[in-house]
Structures are given as structure tokens and as C-alpha cells.
Design a protein around this ligand. Structure first.
Ligand SMILES: Cc1cc2nc3c(=O)[nH]c(=O)nc-3n(C[C@H](O)[C@H](O)[C@H](O)COP(=O)(O)OP(=O)(O)OC[C@H]3O[C@@H](n4cnc5c(N)ncnc54)[C@H](O)[C@@H]3O)c2cc1C
Length: 302
């Protein structure tokens, strides 16, 4: 199929009210450009996207865990988590997996392609409230994408946090994302454990499930003092975060200190398509980030 990309003027830089009745939700759209793109694995690419107008770029702020709608003019739009540091305002990085129509088009675009960005949308990981505490970040598969933003935020303010641990699991070594950053994370005194379900010839690290690493940490008493000091941020397939969160609860971590992102339930990301609602809760508007206490109260969330 020919990849015809024409910029139609859908990014208009003004606030308009979301169509969903009863929910106060404003959208802001921006003209933006893909300034760079890099393959990370066979199916994921990192897109660096800049809001074109310098004033709008500076004014575009977001919180770790929020997402944007990315519009490829003439093709469609889809929600993607912001995977970059919140201090970079309108210079965003999105890591996108090729799965269907729009993401296949995105896979073929070139540097300089004009796009539209709306947002930021959704709730966020409350990293500001975690200052002086320990943080345990646990990601499975593509779950590392939304977690990279809180990771960057913590790195930029490293001295304000206590112990920081990352446990990240992927199906196989070639699926690991952001491999070029692991060294830097460790230099910032972050305890990083990577595990894969299935090793290849080159893999020398552990093989198994994230829960095995977590169980070892809990058995060794690290991170210390789950009750008082640790906050957990978990993102991955529902089956993974269900087991991880149950283990953390058993280890004494209060549910209101565990945060998960339920983005997998959503489609349009802004309360329009009505696919993600659990009862009267629109996970795309009241989420994607919830504390685990709220998740358990959202029947069928997991
Ligand atoms: C809040 C939010 C944040 C997201 N962040 C990211 C991100 O950072 N990186 C990323 O690669 N993707 C992310 N996604 C998923 C992304 O939006 C979809 O992959 C994208 O919409 C697919 O569009 P498409 O036209 O290529 O696929 P389609 O042609 O619409 O669908 C192709 C296949 O993908 C499946 N699919 C579509 N949407 C989703 C979804 N939300 N979850 C799981 N499977 C889906 C469909 O069921 C179908 O099997 C996010 C989704 C949400 C709701």
C-alpha cells in the first residue's frame, strides 16, 4: 500500500470539550513533527516528536504515566504513552509497537513527517508524592514504555528518593527495550534486574518470570520496610500485574502505595468509544493509572 502522508489541518491548538456527557475533559491539539525515529526491536520503534510552535512546545507539560493521541493525517489516530522525561515538555518520545493499520503506517514514515498530538490525557504516577521514599518499578513487556517516564523523572531528581529498584521482564532478549539505557540507570544507583522467559545463545542473565525475581527480593528483605517506605509502580499484561500486586500485598505493601496502568483495556483513550468503561468508570479518563485499591474495586478490571 502506498504510504501517502498529507498533513490535513486537524491539529488546531485550541481547547475543545470532550463529547462524553458529564465528564469535564478538554482536548488540546498541536501540530508536531517526527524529528527522529530509531528501531529498538523488530516490532518497536522510538519516535522523537516535537511540537512545532516553540511557545506551545514550552507550554506542553505532562506527568509520568500520561498519554497522548498521535494523529497520522489521513490515516487515523491512536493513544500512546509518553515515554520521555516530563522536564522535556513538548519534545516527546513515544515507543510504538507495530500491530495494525496505523502502527504499520507509522513504521514506514520518515523523519520530518508531520503529525498531530492531542493531550496529555489521563491520570499519572504520583512520583512527587513518593519523594523521600523507596520506589519499586516493575514492568513486563511493553509495560516498560509508560514506566520509562517515571524512571527518567526519578533519575533527574535522584537525591530526593531512597532506594530505587527496577524489575523488568520480556519474553526473550531480543524483545528487551531501551537496552542502551541500562548502564546509565545503574550509574544512578538504581538496582536493575532483567529477566527473560526464554534465553538465546548470548543471554547470560536470569531466565524465568518477574515474580521469581520479586520473590527473591522479598525473601532477602529488599527493598526494606515495605510498610513504611516503599511505593510500587507496576505495568504489564494484566496476568502479570495481578500476581505481582498480590505478592506485594502479602509482603506488606499497602494497596494505596501500589500504582498500575490499565491502558490495555482502552481503545480511543478519551471517553468516546465506550469500550473501556468498567461500570460507570471510564478507565481512559479516570485512568489509565490507578492505585491497586481502586483497581480491586473496579470489578472485572483484571
Ligand atoms: C492509554 C494507552 C496507551 C498506549 N500506549 C502505547 C504505547 O506506548 N506503545 C504502543 O505501542 N502501544 C500503546 N498503546 C496501544 C496502541 O494504542 C495500539 O497498539 C494502537 O491503537 C493500534 O493501532 P493500529 O491501528 O495499529 O491497530 P489496529 O489495526 O486498530 O489493531 C491491530 C491489533 O492490535 C490490537 N490492539 C489495538 N489497540 C490495542 C490496545 N490498546 N491494547 C492491546 N491491543 C490493541 C487489536 O485488538 C488488533 O488485534 C496504548 C493504548 C492506550 C489505550
Amino acid at each position: 500500500m502506498e504510504n501517502k502522508l498529507q498533513f490535513v489541518d486537524l491539529a488546531t491548538s485550541h481547547g475543545k470539550k470532550n463529547s462524553h456527557p458529564g465528564i469535564e475533559h478538554f482536548e488540546y491539539s498541536y501540530k508536531a513533527e517526527i524529528t527522529n525515529l530509531y528501531p529498538l526491536t523488530k516490532t518497536e520503534k522510538l519516535y522523537q516528536i516535537q511540537i512545532v510552535d516553540p511557545r506551545e512546545r514550552k507550554d506542553f507539560t505532562f506527568q509520568p504515566g500520561q498519554f497522548v493521541m498521535l494523529e497520522l493525517p489521513g490515516i487515523g489516530e491512536a493513544p500512546f504513552s509518553i515515554s520521555s522525561s516530563p522536564i522535556r515538555h513538548g519534545d516527546l518520545e513515544l515507543c510504538i509497537r507495530r500491530v495494525g493499520k496505523m502502527t504499520n503506517f507509522l513504521d514506514r514514515v520518515k523523519r520530518g513527517t508531520k503529525v498531530g498530538i492531542s493531550g496529555p490525557f489521563g491520570t499519572h504516577f504520583p512520583v512527587e508524592e513518593m519523594v523521600d521514599n523507596d520506589i519499586l518499578l516493575i514492568a513486563g513487556g511493553l509495560g516498560i514504555v509508560p514506566l520509562r517516564s517515571p524512571i527518567m523523572s526519578v533519575l533527574e531528581n535522584r537525591s530526593r528518593y531512597g532506594r530505587v529498584d527496577i524489575i523488568y521482564g520480556a519474553r526473550e532478549p531480543l524483545e528487551l527495550l531501551f537496552t542502551y539505557q541500562y548502564g546509565m540507570w545503574k550509574q544512578f544507583d538504581i538496582n536493575l534486574d532483567i529477566i527473560v522467559d526464554k534465553a538465546d545463545d548470548k543471554w547470560t542473565g536470569p531466565v524465568g518470570l518477574i515474580t521469581e525475581i520479586l520473590q527473591k527480593r522479598i525473601d532477602n528483605g529488599t527493598p526494606n520496610d515495605f510498610r513504611k517506605k516503599t511505593n510500587a509502580i507496576v505495568c504489564g499484561p494484566p496476568v502479570m500485574f495481578k500476581f505481582v500486586c498480590e505478592m506485594l500485598i502479602k509482603a506488606g505493601l499497602p494497596m494505596e502505595k501500589m500504582f498500575v496502568s490499565l491502558e490495555r483495556r482502552m481503545h480511543c483513550g478519551r471517553g468516546k468509544c465506550c469500550r473501556c468503561n468498567i461500570g460507570s468508570t471510564y478507565t481512559c479518563i479516570e485512568g489509565p493509572v490507578f492505585d491497586y485499591w481502586s483497581v480491586l474495586n473496579l470489578k472485572e478490571a483484571i
